[in-house]
Ligand binder design. Structure first.
Ligand code: SAM
Length: 189
């Protein structure tokens, strides 16, 4: 995170949308480093993740912050109760055929006019990966194009505000990164 100037610029810009009363959820927060970055900026932010292990680490590393085990596809969050959503490389483990469910949940829990930031790796492939940075694994990865994100947002009640694509840093997996920001304009259901 600290090495990624472009992430900080985008997160700072996104954070500027919110006031002291705003509530933001970091969806698929992992160990919570993005959550903490924004918490330290003064945002009321909490993190959720489907992985019990990630939430355990996030809680241990950030004892003053709130983290909960939760599935983005079935959020235990009231309708139209939060102001912002960050999904930082977290929709990338969901098969494309199921991604729409996530956007419907994002729409349901966001207030009208609420803002969403989605970050993904660019591409058109998806499937299981058996090796990652030299380690054996079994993880599903989905890549997205700018058009994919625009369509998911538009067809789930969001208006696209901005879309930025950047080249990978030398120390990252060599795939372009896409940052899409949207705002809720309509109830999906
Ligand atoms: C690549 S990591 C990104 C973690 C963090 N957002 C970051 O940028 O460092 C993806 C995270 O999304 C979580 N995740 C994947 N599918 C999820 C789902 N359906 N609901 C909640 N979390 C999910 C994973 O457990 C994992 O922690």
């Amino acid at each position: 995170m600290n090495q990624k100037e472009s992430d900080r610029v985008i997160l700072d810009k996104f954070a500027a949308n919110f006031g002291s009363e705003s509530i933001i959820c970091d969806m698929g927060c992992g160990p919570g480093h993005i959550t903490r970055y924004l918490f330290d900026k003064g945002l009321s932010i909490f993190g959720i993740d489907i992985s019990e292990r990630c939430i355990e680490i996030a809680r241990r590393e950030n004892p003053r912050m709130r983290f909960q085990v939760m599935d983005m596809a079935r959020l235990d969050i009231a309708d139209e109760s939060i102001d912002g959503i960050i999904a930082f490389y977290s929709i990338i483990h969901t098969p494309k055929r199921s991604v729409k469910i996530l956007f419907c949940e994002f729409n349901r829990v966001l207030k009208m006019g609420g803002k969403i930031l989605i970050v993904v790796k660019k591409g058109s492939t998806e499937g299981y990966v058996d090796e990652l940075v030299g380690l054996k694994t079994r993880l599903y990865f989905t890549n997205f194009t700018e058009e994919d994100l625009e369509t998911y947002l538009r067809t789930s009640g969001f208006e696209l505000i901005s879309m930025e694509t950047r080249q990978p840093y030398d120390f990252e997996i060599p795939v372009e990164r896409i940052y899409a920001v949207g705002t809720k304009r309509a109830r999906y259901i």
